[in-house]
Design a protein around this ligand. Structure first.
Ligand code: ZN
Length: 480
């Protein structure tokens, strides 16, 4: 009873202090001025541009001569000079709760039963609390690099991503808007699961997955995630997942107004995802011409994840495990060719040259062809970084954003790259009414770059101004 009394008094204090005094404006109003504003939908440039923000939403967009008079007296003005303003970036596929360091052979052997299972396991067996703190850091770093919304698709423990989302929304920690998937739905026959060390498997699986074992179990798995208040359902489809099982999961998700993102790489899994009515196909490496046509007709999204494009993994391995002699993986010493490769690598690194592996080049060629096929098909597309690796020398945000210009290297026009991580991504998430464009009614989420991102898409890697929800996260223009 005493506690209740105290709560009541606190409640009264809160109500009294929330009443604004006459001198205060009820809602903060901000005017942003920039040399240029890019509308990703049309490719049009507004120059010069102004955006009026009331509280956390966009009120008006137009030339400064038109917008300025609409602003109330005492409006806060942010002048970005000649910068180009864009909508905040959206990472359609990420893993905030993993920051994998390639483990040494001995460590890998301890956690796996034979197959190659990368450091995912190390991230997983750590304490859930430690992992959430990691997630909070990754979220902040993504935001500082201009990613104002992410779709987090698994590997975050039972409720890590839903809790981080709520903490960010409540203003307790900084970070992007998060669409949280909770645990991934998977089959026990999936390679990753099969490769776990049986001694650790149950503990790991409980944190990471909800199993699909028949249609009823699939529905149950979706409901378990719904209990944790997820925003999206993630399913990993491999060849052993059936259409009735995936179909049941999708039906249950849609009944709960949730979209379903399906990880599918090989042709069979992609077909299962298409026939089951997935909302987006993640990765999709082996998608065929015929499958792309089916996806287009059904309005499904293709979500590009150019994570390993270029020399991404080579760089990671060089800078972490491969260069550390005491941790040098046995894999590299096990045969003559590997030993040679390691020595070449070490020499190249010492000379400062760029190392290119044959397999990297082969992968890149396949990816170039994938990008061309998807673009030609007219299927809707977006992109995600699929970030989960620790990249030495870069923050998580820098690592994530560095993946997007690789789509241009693979043949995508800069405007389409920007669409893939703004307007298109917003539609894939089902949030096209809230984010992804700079127009009245949308959340005030922006980034600004010094140059022209259409002329040089790598400008995205040098974001100098970030605003999320009407609040400035970063403004490097302010110091000059
Ligand atoms: Zn992923």
């Amino acid at each position: 009873m005493r506690k209740l009394g105290i709560l009541f008094v606190l409640g009264l204090v809160a109500v009294v202090s929330a009443v604004p005094t006459p001198a205060q404006s009820a809602v903060p109003v901000t005017l942003i001025k920039a040399g240029r504003l890019l509308d990703p939908r049309t490719g049009n440039i507004l120059a010069p541009a102004a955006v009026l923000i009331e509280d956390n939403k966009i009120k008006e967009v137009g030339p400064p001569s038109q917008v300025r008079p609409a602003a109330p007296a005492g409006v806060k003005i942010i002048d970005l000079g000649s910068a180009t303003l864009l909508p905040g970036l959206i990472d359609g596929h990420t893993h905030l709760f993993m920051d994998i360091v390639m483990p040494a052979e001995a460590e890998r052997a301890r956690h796996s039963n034979g197959g190659f299972v990368p450091g995912l396991l190390l991230a997983i067996v750590e304490s859930p609390s430690k992992r959430v703190l990691l997630g909070a850091r990754m979220a902040r770093e993504d935001l500082e690099s201009g990613i104002t919304t992410v779709r987090n698709l698994g590997h975050s423990g039972i409720d890590g991503d839903t809790e981080l989302r709520d903490a960010i929304n409540a203003g307790r920690v900084p970070g992007p808007r998060i669409l949280a998937s909770g645990r991934k739905l998977d089959t026990r026959g999936e390679t990753y699961v099969q490769n776990l060390n049986p001694a650790l498997a149950e503990a790991i699986l409980e944190q990471e997955f909800l199993f699909i074992d028949g249609a009823d179990q699939a529905r149950h798995a979706v409901r378990q995630n719904v209990f944790h208040n997820v925003d999206v359902i993630k399913v990993t489809a491999e060849e052993n997942l059936t259409v009735p099982e995936l179909g049941a999961a999708i039906e249950e998700a849609h009944r709960n107004h949730l979209k379903v993102a399906v990880h599918a790489v090989d042709k069979t899994s992609i077909q299962t995802a298409i026939e089951s009515g997935a909302d987006s196909i993640e990765h999709g490496d082996e998608v065929t011409h015929e499958q792309l046509k089916q996806m287009r007709d059904k309005g499904m999204f293709f979500d590009f994840t150019p994570t390993s494009y270029g020399d991404f993994f080579t760089k990671i391995f060089e800078r972490t495990i491969a260069m550390s002699l005491e941790l040098r993986p046995k894999r590299l010493e096990s045969d003559e060719r590997s030993r040679q490769r390691f020595d070449d690598l070490a020499q190249l690194l010492r000379s400062g040259a760029k190392f290119a592996d044959e397999s990297d080049e082969r992968y890149d060629q396949q990816y170039n062809s994938l990008v061309q096929r998807v673009l030609k098909s007219g299927v809707k597309f977006a992109a995600g970084s699929d970030s989960s690796w620790f990249y030495p020398g870069k923050t998580r945000g820098e690592t994530s954003v560095s993946r997007f210009p690789t789509l241009h290297e693979a043949g995508m026009q800069p405007l389409d790259v920007i669409r893939a991580i703004t307007t298109n991504a917003a539609e894939m998430l089902g949030w096209q009414d809230r984010i992804g464009a700079i127009e009245p009614g949308k959340f005030a989420d922006f980034v600004a770059v010094a140059g022209d991102p259409i002329a040089d898409i790598t400008e995205l890697e040098r974001v100098r101004f970030v605003m999320k929800n009407g609040e400035v996260v970063r403004n490097d223009f302010a110091s000059h």
